[in-house]
Design a protein around this ligand. Structure first.
Ligand code: GLN
Length: 473
């Protein structure tokens, strides 16, 4: 029996090299686990039928002595990232039968390493949501309590790793979609610097905010994946060269706490408690905790929910039943278009298209979209100023632990408030990591909590260093 619960990339790699087990045996163990638990969890929309063939190929590479650390490692992929020849639906009905015609850049890179793709994971439709309840194919359940959501939009990705149905996963994060599910499922999740990872081949949601990023049980697993997928790409002109800002490493750090922003209310007691405990621990480790001000962050949600719908309404235009998506037939082309979108798209997606079209319309463009962009600049400046004083900023990842399925799905504003700590980071384009820290106990259930470290552009190394230090990894 392979101990999947405590398995990491490096441990698996060493075992594969030593011949303790083959990639075929490792992948079979994960398939076995999927068979056992995914009926309840529903992390996957599809488990690939060729997992074992992929594993056999990985075994050949290992035998030939050409293995890298990722060869033969089972990974799950969020359903909005393209793998050539496989279905990619973004958990939408409109793309139910869409087969990708090319590999996303991140997939190309992973294929070169010889990873094993286990399957595509469930998500909120087109990555819009924070619970996976907006999937057209039914929600994913939280492995810590199946009455609760795993978070979203990359809820399937998080649940697949947390329930040992994959060793690691790739997701995407536009306003928190990696960090929030990582926090709800007791995992490490990274939202890289905007432009650090190519977006070529990920279905666009908010193009000025989207980033692909990794999930893992340890900081090191996330670091290995990030270092594999990052890099400039001619297919995505927003990518930046692989240049990290000063590596702060194991140095004692100055850690900023935005007290005002944290006092806005609505934060669960358990979250405040574990957050204060993390500060205490950091102090004991010799780091300096400094109060900082980020005065414009209180506008983040308002700004985000103007900019995102605006970009969504443009990006979703291609799903019209003609260029992309299932085409339904009405009496003429216009009716085809309306029918295809009416039937093919879910409520949240439609809500954002309507809102986005409104804020971009000629009479309101200045009042909403332009205004939001100005305030976005102020938020970015707040971070810039703060990083003149501190090496990293710390906040909770979410205001509370995983909530119950159905608890917020009827009230979009309540759901949007979930993103309070995660969206400002995407607006500023800086990197952030969520790491597991503490639990909230409810009855016999232990719900994981997360804290978030934020660094300046290109500061991923700093995030890894401080996270490892705090977790003792
Ligand atoms: N929950 C946020 C939203 O609904 C974030 C989504 C994401 O990061 N893709 O927009």
């Amino acid at each position: 029996m392979i101990d999947l619960k405590n398995l990491t990339i490096k441990k698996a790699h060493e075992a594969l090299l030593k011949g303790d087990y083959t990639s075929l045996e490792l992948s079979s163990a994960y398939l076995e686990q999927i068979k056992k638990t995914d009926g309840d969890i529903h992390a996957y929309l599809e488990v690939y039928s060729d997992v074992l063939e992929q594993a056999k190929k990985a075994d050949e590479i290992i035998k030939s002595g050409k293995a890298t650390v990722l060869t033969g490692i089972p990974i799950s992929i969020k359903d909005n990232i393209l793998i050539k020849g496989r279905v990619a639906s973004s958990a939408s009905k409109i793309l139910e039968n869409y087969t990708a015609t090319y590999d996303a850049t991140v997939i190309e890179k992973l294929k070169k390493e010889g990873v094993v793709f286990m399957g595509r994971t469930n998500m909120d439709e087109f990555a819009m949501g924070g619970s996976t309840e907006n999937s057209a194919y039914g929600p994913t359940k939280n492995p810590y309590d199946i009455e609760r959501v795993p978070g979203g939009s990359s809820g399937g990705a998080a649940a697949s790793v947390a329930s040992d149905e994959a060793l690691v996963a790739l997701g995407s994060d536009t306003g928190g979609s990696i960090r929030q599910p990582a926090s709800f499922c007791g995992l490490v999740g990274l939202k890289p610097t905007y432009g650090a990872v190519s977006r070529h081949g990920v279905m666009a949601m908010g193009s000025s905010l989207d980033q692909i990023g990794p999930f893992g049980k340890t900081v090191e697993d996330v670091e290995i994946l990030f270092n594999t997928i990052k890099g400039q790409d001619t297919m995505d002109s927003t990518t930046i060269p692989n240049k990290t800002s000063e590596v702060i490493g194991s140095k004692k750090m100055k850690i900023g706490v935005p007290r005002d922003f944290l006092n806005i209310g609505g934060i669960d007691e358990s979250v405040s408690k574990s957050f204060e405990e993390s500060l205490e621990k950091l102090k004991n480790l010799g780091h300096e905790i400094i109060d900082i001000e980020l005065p414009n962050l209180k506008y983040s949600l308002a700004v985000y929910y103007v900019i995102v719908p605006a970009e969504v309404s443009s990006n979703m235009a291609r799903f019209d039943g003609m260029r992309f998506g299932e085409r339904l037939s009405g009496k003429d082309g216009i009716e085809d278009y309306f029918l295809s979108r009416q039937v093919g798209l879910g409520r949240e997606v439609k809500r954002r298209i309507i809102l986005g079209t409104y804020v971009l319309s000629s009479g309101y463009y200045d009042a909403y979209y332009n205004k939001a962009n100005i305030v976005r600049e102020l938020i970015t400046n707040d971070y810039r100023k703060a990083f003149e004083k501190v090496d990293v900023i710390i906040t909770p990842t979410t205001p509370g632990p995983a909530f119950k399925i159905g608890e917020k799905s009827g009230d979009p504003l309540k759901m949007y408030l979930e993103d309070i700590f995660t969206v400002p980071i995407n607006l500023a384009g800086v990197p952030a990591i969520s790491i597991p820290f503490g639990f909230k106990e409810i009855g016999d259930k232990k719900l994981p909590l997360g804290i978030q470290f934020i660094a300046k552009h290109g500061g991923e190394e700093t995030l890894f260093a401080i996270s490892k230090n705090l977790l003792g990894q």
